[in-house]
Design a protein around this ligand. Sequence first.
Ligand code: ZN
Length: 76
Amino acid sequence: MALEPCKVCGSLTSTEEEICMICGYPAKGRPKSRWLKWIALILAVLIGLPLLIGIIQSMSTPTKPQPSDSTTTVLP
Ligand SMILES: [Zn+2]
């Protein structure tokens, strides 16, 4: 069991711990949650935005009955 100073807060953290006990910064490797959050955000925007626009457009432009006065032929 070894102790390493945290890169963020400088407190000694056990190397067996995956995150700093003081500030929560991952002591081993890179923080994975950051780019995972970005990917999730980008995916949410790419998928959610067209859906949202489609919903807004369908709500703002209600389907009107087509005017069929000129085409209707009144038969006796
Ligand atoms: Zn820390």
